[in-house]
Design a protein around this ligand. Sequence first.
Ligand SMILES: C[S@@+](CC[C@H](N)C(=O)[O-])C[C@H]1O[C@@H](n2cnc3c(N)ncnc32)[C@H](O)[C@@H]1O
Length: 246
Amino acid sequence: MELFLDLHTRVPRQGPGNDASTAQALRMLGELPPQLHILDIGCGAGAQTLALANQVNGNIVALDCNQCFLDELRQKISELGLQRKITPMLGSMFDLAFPDNTFDVIWSEGAIYIAGFEKGIQDWRRLVKPGGFLVASEISWLRRDIPAELETYWKEQYAGIDFISAKIAQIESCGYAPFGYFVLPESAWLEGYYGPLLANREAFLAEHNNSPEAHAVLQEMAQEMALYEKYSKYYGYVFYLARKVA
Ligand SMILES: C[S@@+](CC[C@H](N)C(=O)[O-])C[C@H]1O[C@@H](n2cnc3c(N)ncnc32)[C@H](O)[C@@H]1O
């Protein structure tokens, strides 16, 4: 796990995504209050937090359970002078000790799978102000004719992977009104995530003295990347947008 985390430091994103998709999801929320209070859950090194902070007024609490990512985010915050807009916070998505109705928006890119999509949206709902928003990206099947090799792989990695219609039904049954979704482009995987990881490969191996464990972590990533290259039309990351029903 340490090695997996280490591979994911010094890269801008820890999962598929890009600034254009973050901006697209934000635009889809429509007109917003002038000052927003946002909770970004599983923020990682905060690529999407920084993208949001550039586009909204107010404060974003950027929460992650790994200090290594928050350290990177803190550094960028101070380089960009965003101290008043972003509050990094070490904490767990399983133990969010905020009062009910605290946030205008709960934002979570590529992290809700850790709680499980349905549990995440259920548990986090109380934190959203009435009429506030939930925005989460989640890996989802894009077609029904899924090849067995792919299904076996992803069911092992994340049993909660499901069709878009199933995710939307879960959102609805958990007390939100879903109003939009979109599939992230392939560039969000290839340029937003896999590319920087590949560029970091040699430095990572050198830092770990070419250890077999470091090679094994890279091998696991290579398997995931090879499957994406082969089967990207069958699955993707999907942004889901919903409003809390009072
Ligand atoms: C796939 S990464 C996504 C990071 C970032 N949102 C992005 O898209 O680049 C998932 C993030 O969830 C964080 N995480 C894992 N377990 C967590 C927990 N229990 N509570 C909060 N964050 C957690 C990880 O440290 C990691 O930063």
